[in-house]
Write a new protein. Structure first.
Lengths: 546, 444
């Protein structure tokens, strides 16, 4: 995940919230977020200005994205509303190929003249950079889709819910946590709407309306006598859904091991904040872990981040090829390993699927940001590495003729490039519940929700913490632990996966702020899994004294 | 895009304020020109740039606040943005922590603007890349790098008569050089206000040299080692202390600066007595704005003196509540050092490890500021004052506070850039004993 956003989220606990505002966004009224923006006919006319200008200036390919990006943040702590912020960012990005080289330019002057100038600039940049180009860009074929639309299938548009209702919901959750003895609580509601229009010289005119929702909080418990403090973050997930995610339906609640309540397709923030205060208190007096080898039982709200870092990232083709060498790094999963058809990424129980279509996921769109119709594909099958994530100008390197449809840009002003799709661990085929899984573990730890995370630049060595840790002794939960982090090597870790629970336990979690590129861009992505077991993983104790 | 002069900016913001009907109004204007070029696999991958102006208007009725922004500057748009901020303020819940805007302040004349940087052209960026690529060719390495320059004007005015104006320039450059077989990797990063100080060729040569020399690394056992952290490696650890100086956090009991019974470590000895950390907006090697985002003057402030925590940062609200001076967070942080170069520190080391860069730094425990991350792009074993051989990368689990209690020696201060936050600092290379490496990594 991106460091800057991480600092912002970590700032929640610090009581020093910074707002992640999309660059070049204007702060507007909540009503302005409901204004319709340009109609499709206007957008098509403007898009054609870019496409025609590009062609007449010698570009062999061009695409244009007219984007309106809306965000809403409602931020509270304890009994106070700290900030309500609505932002709108509107502009156009034009990408061209000229002299076999990419060029990109953007403008917030959404007029025929502004777009014409930006397009001319993009062509000039492509021509100037072509002197460094070793081989011309090769695009995989993609058909033009004509005029099409796609919308996130939401039931309730969060932007239509009055701001006061959102603030009241957060304040209610805060009050419940404080009643249960929390020292502090910071909470946030973060809504996103991307209204994106894409057109290309291949004949596509694609209008998409994408929604994301993320309720989140952090409860802090302080033991004044000892000076110890512990935090418990929300068990919510950022989702590709509307405000219906906050309905907290009974059928979406799961009684998990250790007496915890977990959530699936909708979320009860008030109930979770109440539980959080109790669990943060328990963490203060929890037993400090004895370092050593344990069998780990990892719950999906934790598992997603391990998948993200150790599977999602190393299987991005641009990293494998070296395009991220100066920043995010390269990858251990080199092309020869995939081409051998024998590289055992994980055990036979391990199957990873990438997709851009799963309902409710953050990655779900109809078409990616270079007009490719989205789909699902295998990355790891029965433990063997079979494919990567790649886009139109990359798939030829894999000997493939069809883009995977995972090209994305965080806004109109940034160039689109290969980003992570949803990458998910497939549930086990045999019937197995988390309780049944735990009953087979002699010495282990059950870990819930993501915590601290770090992985090397080729994605071998990683270390993950968590939020709640339960000791497993002879098949039973034996109380809470603290100071837990596990370290492993990606291939070793996934080969130690012995069981994955069945599809009844499959849930998604994810991040709004997957970071890559220079200048850095954010990408929203989900990762699904069922609870999974890993044998003999190295656990360290992270407790220190100053 | 030409930046507004002081007079032009003053006239514009006066006009904006003339539309205000609220109890208080504060206006911030930011204008930015940025340009960048990115390359990888010995070829340019992307380049771009953008010029923008954004006006932020904050209106207050009592403790009810509204903020609106706009990037159009005709009279109608200016009036519209003021009205919108007032409408939002009327609708907002009271913010009990709102503190009335500041009156006129006195600021030192800043030294953050360098005309040569503001005059940078796309060709100059491309030339820097060409120099890097030439080094790659000569050393048979593969270059991946990024250069980004920014010219900014910040202006602030409010209904109580405060006016602040600052222009600044900056350039950050980073370069990774990998051997063609992928067995070695080296890195260098540079940050300046003045583009003429950037020597892209030299930085590329250092990165290539480290890349070539780091190939065929040997594995040694993880454990506690004496390390020499180059400034770029020290920066990503040290900035976690700098980010954590907030008094409210410490007072609330949720910081590494909190102790028992609701007390803080302010005034206590935290680290080795040779550690002196301060900020100074007029330091010629790291100049920063002479005023903070909320209009408070930025002055020279000592944060840690002879190992003792001397000052914490206070929001104006928290300072008022505590009855103390509201010291703003620093824009640039400086740590004092010694006189020795990295080479001289190596000469004086019997057994140790030289660390070029640390990567993927994340907090593990905020209570102790325990951090984890890995070495990267040039890690070498030192024996009897010499670099003996390259070693495989390590994961560490270490707190910068504990680390600064295990201080052996500080070298000569230089300006560096954090790869995590992109922030520039003046830091010395640091020799530290008992630095905790907890596992090996195969990554190159």
């Amino acid at each position: 995940m991106k460091r800057r956003d991480f600092i912002q989220m970590a700032g929640m606990g610090a009581g020093a919230l910074m707002l992640p505002v999309t660059s070049l966004a204007n702060i507007v009224s909540p009503e302005a977020l409901l204004e319709p923006g340009l109609d499709v006919a206007q957008k098509k006319r403007l898009a054609d200005v870019a496409l025609n200008t590009a062609k007449s200036n010698g570009a062999t390919y061009a695409d244009v994205r007219i984007g309106r990006y809306l965000n809403q943040f409602v931020i509270t702590r304890e009994n106070k509303v700290q900030s309500i912020r609505n932002t709108e960012s509107f502009g156009v990005g034009v990408r061209v190929i000229a002299n076999g080289t990419w060029g990109f330019a953007a403008t917030n002057e959404v007029t025929p003249d502004g777009i014409k100038k930006a397009t001319e600039r993009a062509v000039a940049i492509a021509k100037a950079n072509s002197k460094f180009q070793k081989e011309p860009v090769k695009l995989a074929a993609e058909k033009g889709y004509g005029e099409v639309t796609w919308k996130t299938p939401i039931q309730k548009n969060g932007f239509e819910v009055p701001v006061k209702d959102k603030a009241d919901l957060l304040l209610n959750a805060n009050a419940k946590a404080m009643e249960k003895g929390a020292s502090f609580i910071n909470s946030i509601m973060f809504l996103v709407n991307e209204q994106k229009y894409f057109a290309s010289t291949e004949g596509s005119y694609i209008d998409q309306d994408i929604h994301r929702t993320w309720p989140n909080f952090q409860v802090t418990m302080i033991d004044k006598a000892s000076g110890q403090f512990k935090t418990r973050s929300a068990f919510s997930a950022p989702v590709g859904m509307g405000y219906e995610y906050l309905d907290g339906k009974a059928q979406d609640k799961i009684q998990g091991p250790g007496g915890i309540i977990l959530y699936n397709k909708s979320y009860d923030i008030v109930e979770d904040a109440t539980m959080a205060a109790e669990q943060a208190k328990q963490l203060i007096s929890a037993k400090s872990v004895e370092p050593g080898k344990y069998d780990l039982v990892l719950e999906p709200s934790h598992m997603w981040l391990t998948i993200h870092e150790s599977v999602g990232h190393p299987l991005e083709l641009d990293r494998v090829l070296g395009y991220e060498a100066n920043y995010a790094g390269t990858s251990f999963a080199t092309l020869d390993k995939q081409q051998s058809g024998k590289f055992q990424y994980g055990s036979k129980a391990v199957n990873f699927v990438a997709d851009k279509i799963q309902p409710g996921s953050l990655g779900a769109v109809g078409f990616d940001d270079e007009g490719v119709k989205t789909k699902q594909w295998d990355l790891v099958k029965d433990g063997v590495l079979v494919n990567y994530q790649a886009i139109r100008d990359q798939v030829h390197i894999l000997g493939q003729g069809e883009s995977h449809g995972c090209c994305y840009s965080q806004s109109w002003r940034d160039v689109q490039f290969q980003r992570m799709a949803n990458v998910s661990l497939q549930p086990g085929k045999a019937q197995l519940t988390p309780d049944q899984m735990i009953s087979g573990v002699e010495k282990g730890i059950y870990i819930v929700k993501d915590g601290s995370f770090s992985i090397d630049q080729q994605r071998y060595n990683f270390q993950f913490g968590g939020v709640l840790f339960f000791e497993i002794k002879n098949g039973k939960i034996a109380g809470m632990l603290k100071d837990v982090a596990y370290q492993s090597n990606t291939q070793e870790f996934w080969n130690s996966c012995v069981q994955v629970c069945d599809e009844r336990d499959y849930r998604m979690n994810g991040a709004f702020n997957d970071g890559k590129g220079q200048p850095a861009q954010s990408n929203a992505v989900s990762h699904g899994s069922a609870t999974a077991r890993f044998n003999g993983v190295n656990v360290i104790n992270t407790g220190r004294t100053l | 895009m030409a930046l507004l002069t002081k007079d032009e900016a003053q006239a514009l913001l006066k006009k904006v304020l003339s539309y205000s009907k609220a109890d208080e109004c504060e206006v911030n204007l930011t204008g930015t020109n940025t340009g960048n070029i990115r390359y990888a696999r010995n070829s340019v991958s992307t380049s771009g740039g953008i010029s923008t102006y954004t006006l932020v208007v904050q209106s207050a009725y009592g403790k009810k606040l509204g903020t609106a922004t706009i990037n159009e500057f005709d009279d109608a748009s200016l009036e519209k943005v003021v009205r919108r901020s007032e409408e939002l303020a009327q609708l907002a819940p009271e913010n009990p922590e709102y503190v009335s805007v500041l009156g006129p302040q006195k600021y030192a004349e800043p030294i953050t603007y360098v005309p040569a940087t503001a005059a940078i052209t796309p060709k100059m960026r491309a030339d820097a890349v060409a120099q890097s690529l030439q080094v790659a060719k000569e050393t048979k390495t593969v270059a991946a790098g990024f250069m980004e320059d920014t010219t900014t004007v910040n202006v602030m005015m409010n209904s109580k008569g405060l006016f602040a104006y600052n222009t600044s320039t900056g350039v950050n450059f980073s370069i990774t050089m990998r051997t063609e077989d992928g067995k070695g990797s080296g890195y260098a990063t540079r940050g300046y206000n003045d583009i003429t100080k950037l020597d892209a060729k030299k930085a590329s040569q250092i990165a290539a040299d480290k890349g070539v020399k780091s190939a065929t690394a040997r594995a040694i056992e993880p454990g506690k080692y004496t390390v020499i952290l180059e400034p770029a490696a020290a920066a990503v650890l040290m900035e976690n202390i700098f980010f954590g100086l907030d008094a409210r956090q410490a007072d609330e009991g949720r910081s590494f600066l909190s102790t028992t019974g609701g007390k803080t470590r302010l005034g206590e000895k935290l680290v080795d007595e040779r550690v002196n950390i301060y900020s100074d907006p007029l330091n010629p090697d790291l100049p920063t704005s002479t005023w903070a985002a909320d209009g408070r003057p930025q002055e020279k402030v000592s944060w840690i003196e002879k190992g003792v925590v001397k000052n914490l940062t206070f929001s104006r609200y928290w300072a008022e509540k505590k009855g103390v001076k509201a010291v703003p967070p620093p824009a640039g942080v400086i740590m004092e050092g010694g006189t020795k170069s990295v080479e001289e520190l190596i000469k004086g080391t019997k057994k140790g490890i030289l660390v070029t860069r640390l990567w993927y730094i994340r907090p593990v425990d905020p209570q102790t500021l325990l951090l984890t991350g890995l070495t990267r792009d040039g890690t070498f074993y030192i024996e009897n004052g010499e670099i003996k051989y390259p070693i495989k990368n390590f994961r560490f689990n270490e707190s910068p506070v504990i680390m600064l209690n295990n201080l052996e020696e500080l070298g000569k201060v230089e300006r560096t850039v954090s790869v995590e936050s992109n922030t520039n600092y003046l830091l010395p290379p640091m020799k530290i004993r008992d630095f905790t490496f907890s596992s090996l990594s195969d990554a190159v």
